[in-house]
Design a protein around this ligand. Structure first.
Ligand SMILES: Cc1cc2nc3c(=O)[nH]c(=O)nc-3n(C[C@H](O)[C@H](O)[C@H](O)COP(=O)(O)OP(=O)(O)OC[C@H]3O[C@@H](n4cnc5c(N)ncnc54)[C@H](O)[C@@H]3O)c2cc1C
Length: 494
């Protein structure tokens, strides 16, 4: 691709990684990012010595990062200092019972059997199934693209219908392993990352709880934003040019090709190919001529959103581990209210992250940095949502839950608060409906059914990122970048 020029729209994880791949193949790559820094949803804010990762907090699937860094000619372990987080999560239930998910099998056995006799055997069988699902799904569905229907619907893929249990709802499937509802919740809550309720998600997603326990949840020194910094370094070394604080207003197209982009100031930049990392439905709706596809995409299902609080505290609460998850008893209603009601659950499950437990540099000495995340419905196109009231409810829900673990006075120790809502997600990163994980990952929006990495009409317009194939998540964004750029390189005959 020596003489080819490529414009990448957006410096999210997918955009930076794609740019690095292309520059390493000899292309002249310019990344245009509307914000003043790279990272997209994997963002960071700092204030008064407190550092907050405002998006991802869990570094999972380390093998995927290793492979993807290697594919960009870099070593993950030379660039990032990773530590394993074990126990991964401290789960807290409404009645005050606790479960620490850990790779220490003796501890798991002791804990699980206080919830339900013989449940450790069920857990081992569930992990075994998660192992099968993980490896089969990664090989056959995630780590490859589907350019034609025939590549997806063929006899070789037929056994996956049985092996991956895509037609069994995940929560119902849990009855094969546990009777205790709290245990069923403990190993299905990860479905929300896919934008799905476990009551409708395919049982395939047991792969998520499996990988978290088997391969671990990790933490890079300096926080998750260090991943962005590492990727930018790889890209810059390969020769990628970044332009920040500049929005792409339109992709300049003719009948069959993208000719370049038009920037918000009206400047036109030509390119041999364009790769869009901005949220795919936004690209169709805002950056391309209307041809019905944007409307079709709007009717697809979107993942939930979250309200995130970033608090600088003047003291430390030692009782809080790095990742605490409060799981509500009315588990099903929680998902119904988020996904169908597009609102905040009456008694929401929620997540608290205390990064200074993993890296003391994330907070000033003797103080703490706390992130509280409450899943809520995404923005509605048809109904008014009272975000002020929803934010107040979310904040109170966190304080109520912290009471369960003996923290009664958090409000008195908050030095400052920053809050992200679905409106912030949309405004900051152009995420359609403020949906934090993009198009959701139900069966009809996966594999061949998910928007692919190349536009069907404009043959030199490519996509990478959460709403395209294979889907949401940091490691997945890196895979998506590789699939999109390898396809581009193939198309360009280099
Ligand atoms: C709250 C939250 C928690 C998460 N937790 C985890 C986790 O723990 N672990 C995990 O693996 N994943 C997690 N994720 C998912 C993960 O962050 C994303 O899947 C991943 O970062 C998406 O990257 P992307 O390549 O789609 O780019 P994006 O992050 O979507 O970046 C796209 C970029 O395009 C830019 N852009 C948009 N429009 C324009 C325009 N017109 N012109 C120029 N630039 C434009 C945006 O500003 C943005 O920088 C989380 C996400 C959120 C929001």
């Amino acid at each position: 691709m020596d003489t080819k020029s490529v414009i990448v729209i957006g410096a999210g994880l997918g955009g930076i990684a794609a740019a690095a791949h292309l520059a390493r193949r000899g292309a002249h790559v310019t990344v245009i990012e509307k914000n003043d820094r790279p990272g997209g949803r994997c963002d960071r804010i700092s204030r008064g010595g407190h550092t907050f990762d405002t998006g991802p907090t869990l570094f999972i699937m380390p093998h995927v990062y290793e492979a993807e860094f290697a594919a960009m000619g870099a070593s993950l372990h030379e660039m990032l200092a990773l530590q394993r987080v074990d126990p991964t999560y401290h789960l807290v239930f409404d009645n005050g019972s606790k479960l620490s998910l850990t790779s220490d099998m003796k501890s798991m056995q002791d804990q699980l059997e206080t919830f339900e006799p013989d449940s450790f055997q069920g857990f081992l069988r569930y992990m075994n199934e998660g192992h099968q699902h993980y490896h089969q799904a990664m090989q056959h569905l995630v780590n490859r693209d589907f350019r034609t229907a025939g590549q997806f619907f063929n006899l070789r893929n037929l056994p996956l219908l049985f092996r991956l249990k895509p037609l069994s709802p995940h929560y119902r499937h849990m009855s094969a392993y546990f009777d205790e509802p709290r245990l069923k919740a403990a190993f299905t809550f990860q479905d929300v990352y896919m934008g799905l309720s476990p009551f409708e998600a395919p049982a395939t997603f047991s792969m998520m709880s499996y990988t978290e326990l088997a391969h671990g949840v990790w933490y890079p020194r300096g926080g998750m934003y260090s991943v962005v910094e590492a990727l930018v370094e790889i890209a810059r070394q390969a020769g990628v040019e970044f332009i920040f604080d500049t929005s792409v207003e339109r992709i300049d197209v003719n009948a069959t090709h993208a000719k370049g982009v038009i920037l918000s100031g009206g400047q036109r930049l030509g390119a041999d190919a364009v790769l869009a990392n901005a949220d795919l439905p936004y690209v169709y709706d805002d950056l391309l001529p209307q041809d019905g596809q944007a409307e079709r995409l709007k009717r697809k299902r979107y993942s939930c959103s979250v309200i995130s609080f970033f608090w600088g505290l003047d003291r430390v609460y030692d009782t809080l581990g790095p990742h605490t998850l409060f799981l509500a008893d009315d588990y099903r209603r929680n998902f119904d209210q988020i996904i169908r009601g597009l609102t905040i659950p009456t008694n929401p499950s929620l997540y608290i992250h205390a990064p200074a437990r993993l890296d003391p540099a994330m907070a000033p000495a003797g103080e703490d940095t706390l992130i509280g995340i409450v899943p809520v419905g995404h923005m509605s196109e048809h109904e008014d949502q009272d975000w002020k009231a929803i934010i107040a409810q979310a904040r109170q829900a966190i304080f109520r839950r912290l009471d369960i673990v003996g923290i009664h006075d958090l409000q008195e120790h908050i030095k400052f608060e920053t809050c992200f809502t679905p409106i912030s997600w949309r405004k900051r990163y152009n995420l359609v409906k403020g949906s934090t994980h993009g198009l959701c990952h139900n069966l009809t929006q996966l594999g061949y059914f998910r928007p692919g990495n190349r536009h069907s009409r404009y043959h030199n317009l490519y996509f990478t990122g959460a709403s395209t194939h294979p889907g949401t998540g940091m490691p997945t964004a890196l895979i998506s970048a590789r699939l999109a750029t390898y396809r581009m390189v193939e198309d360009m005959g280099a």
